[in-house]
Write a protein that binds this ligand. Structure first.
Ligand SMILES: [Fe+2]
Ligand SMILES: [Fe+2]
Length: 202
């Protein structure tokens, strides 16, 4: 891969995932697919919550509504993959990564500031998910799953861009990029302290 392509895939993330994570993740496809399905459900649910809370913001409504449909289509696709393999969708699990990211949400700001926080946290989750899907698409043993994960990687990369660009509509670009770099540093710290698990996308 060229240097430019590598940079492009970093999505700003400061701590790359060890590719050996794929070896543990693929040991139980039922577990990793179940966790993945709920990541998609949470992405759809979060988008709906943002739309409801900021219904007065036309750009939020117009740009996030299609993402709700895409995330829900992702959920259905992952569930179909589970069923195709004779597995069931398991129970939802606690997502330590997302719980810790939510704690980064700055309190006490105005309404737009709070929206920017939500958009940047969503962008972070998209970026990290995209990075993980890319690793799966490259290194997973099952050949049919390479294309499966590649498709998610492409889609989540688009979402990441939408959230980051939307944030710039509600606070000036310098503020957003400064806050974004604080989030990136904090996200790397969270990742550093989370032990990679076979049954978690994050
Ligand atoms: Fe998704
Ligand atoms: Fe997404």
């Amino acid at each position: 891969m060229t240097k430019i392509a590598k940079e492009k895939f970093k999505l700003g993330l400061e701590l790359p995932t060890d590719p050996r994570w794929v070896n543990i993740a693929e040991k139980s496809l039922e577990e990793i697919l179940t966790d993945h399905a709920y990541c998609e459900q949470k992405a759809a649910s979060t988008c709906i919550s943002i739309i409801i809370k900021y219904a007065d913001k036309k750009d939020v409504l117009e740009q996030i509504s299609p993402i709700v449909s895409e995330e829900w289509a992702h959920f259905r696709k992952v569930v179909a993959e589970l069923h195709k393999r004779g597995f069931e969708l398991g129970k939802q699990r606690k997502d330590d990564y997302v719980v810790q990211l939510m704690q980064l949400h700055k309190k006490g700001g105005d309404r737009d500031e709070s929206l920017v926080e939500k958009l940047l946290i969503s962008a972070l989750i998209e970026a990290r998910s995209c990075e993980r899907f890319r690793l799966l698409s490259l290194h997973i043993s099952a050949p049919e799953l390479k294309a499966f994960y590649h498709e998610f990687m492409v889609s989540e990369a688009q979402h990441y861009k939408v959230f980051l660009n939307l944030a710039k509509l509600y606070k000036d670009e310098n503020y957003v990029m400064e806050r974004w770099s604080e989030f990136l540093a904090a996200e790397a710290e969270i990742m550093r302290n989370i032990t990679p698990r076979a049954d978690r996308i994050h």
